[in-house]
Ligand binder design. Structure first.
Ligand SMILES: Cc1cc2nc3c(=O)[nH]c(=O)nc-3n(C[C@H](O)[C@H](O)[C@H](O)COP(=O)(O)OP(=O)(O)OC[C@H]3O[C@@H](n4cnc5c(N)ncnc54)[C@H](O)[C@@H]3O)c2cc1C
Length: 336
């Protein structure tokens, strides 16, 4: 067991078989982070004293400068004894439900599209979450955990459901899609993430998703649809795919009370000239452009949640900034 000290905050905590950021988050500290897989670098801290190794060898988020300045990634740093560190804790990163490690048994899996499948796990111990958050899945025979957002709502935390897009030759997705059978178990850890539904925000909701970003936007819509605090708010969902066979999500919204009156869906494709797009009568364009076309100046008055591939998130962010959406009304966890 290692003791981690943060002198500026007058805090000391134990870290056993865990990374420094995750151990801090498990006891309710607001340790900064985002992706949890060593990519984004948001969880950087300075090592004042002690030694750490990395869970994932050479995490991509580490820069030359980090090495020179003895800065490490909290989500991957394993203490090799007692450590003293410097990091600015912020309330924004505190978890409502403290993340924990559990095991998930696959109870059901079904295809959503040609490359997205929903996997439903029953947890060995309930772990609650807020809609929009993600968990870490350790798939059988895969090195390292991957982040996946839940698509269900987590009031009791008995089951976690994930809508996962298959990545060609991806280690975790190949294991999950090709090898995992009902009754098999995976390691789960969570919940993590800050892109969760804000029930105290009295604004119409806009969910923007593309590709792998479906899951958290479905969760946000489901939770918002049944939230008494948001009962007078509209929920708009825009999903973008390349061609019609990618477009999905409406089937989940249709199950919600208020679909067609206060819950609205738009599907869009970005490759109208592809032969498989023949006959498409819906919108054409990228989700950020569609959002701008449809909502224009109204965007500034909306609570906007978005998820998807990095290029999509960057384009959405640019559009929202241009449309003067305040930063506090934008919610996303960058996918990698
Ligand atoms: C916050 C967040 C939420 C996400 N939510 C979803 C979702 O809801 N649905 C969805 O389909 N995808 C989601 N993703 C993407 C997902 O985590 C994977 O990146 C994707 O499924 C590809 O994984 P793979 O192993 O198949 O591909 P690979 O190409 O084998 O792996 C790529 C990913 O794994 C990470 N990685 C590689 N090696 C290691 C290691 N040793 N330890 C830890 N990480 C490693 C990389 O950083 C990269 O993220 C999310 C990602 C993030 C960061």
């Amino acid at each position: 067991m290692a003791k981690i000290t943060i002198p500026a905050a007058n805090i000391e905590f134990d870290c056993t078989n865990d990374t420094i950021m995750r151990a801090a988050t498990r006891i309710g500290l607001g340790f900064p982070y985002e992706c949890n897989v060593g990519e984004c670098g948001n969880c950087r801290f300075e090592l004042i004293e002690g030694e750490v190794s990395y869970l994932r060898a050479n995490p991509p988020g580490v820069t030359e400068r980090d090495v020179q300045r003895k800065r490490y990634l909290g989500c991957q740093a394993l203490p090799q004894g007692d450590c003293t560190i410097k990091v600015s804790l912020r309330d924004h990163y505190k978890s409502k439900f403290l993340p924990k490690k559990t095991t998930g048994e696959l109870i059901e899996a079904f295809d959503v599209t040609h490359d997205i499948r929903e996997f439903r796990f029953r947890l060995s111990e309930n772990a609650k979450f807020i809609a929009g958050q993600y968990g870490l899945i350790t798939a059988p025979r895969v090195e390292g955990a991957r982040a996946y957002s839940m698509c269900n709502t987590g009031e009791d935390g008995a089951e976690w459901h994930f809508q996962i897009r298959r990545v060609p030759n991806g280690a975790a997705t190949t294991s999950l899609f090709d090898n995992l059978k009902v009754g098999d178990k995976v390691g789960l850890d969570g919940a993590y993430g800050m892109a969760y539904l804000r029930e105290d925000a009295p604004r119409d909701i806009l969910c923007l998703a593309g590709g792998s970003g479906l899951s958290p936007m479905v969760a946000i819509s489901r939770a918002a649809a049944k939230s008494p605090a948001l009962k007078d708010r509209n929920i708009h969902f825009i999903y973008g795919g390349r061609t019609p066979r990618d477009v999905c999500g409406e089937q989940f919204l249709k199950e919600l009370e208020g679909y067609g009156t206060r819950i609205h869906y738009i599907g869009a494709i970005s490759m109208p000239d592809d032969p498989s797009s023949a006959g498409w009568t819906g919108k054409v364009g990228f989700v950020h452009d569609i959002a701008e076309q449809v909502f224009g100046e109204k965007l500034g008055g909306m609570e906007v949640y978005f998820a998807g591939p990095p290029l999509m998130s960057q384009a959405v962010m640019k559009t929202l900034i241009k449309s003067k959406v305040p930063a506090a009304q934008m919610h996303f966890d960058q996918f990698y």
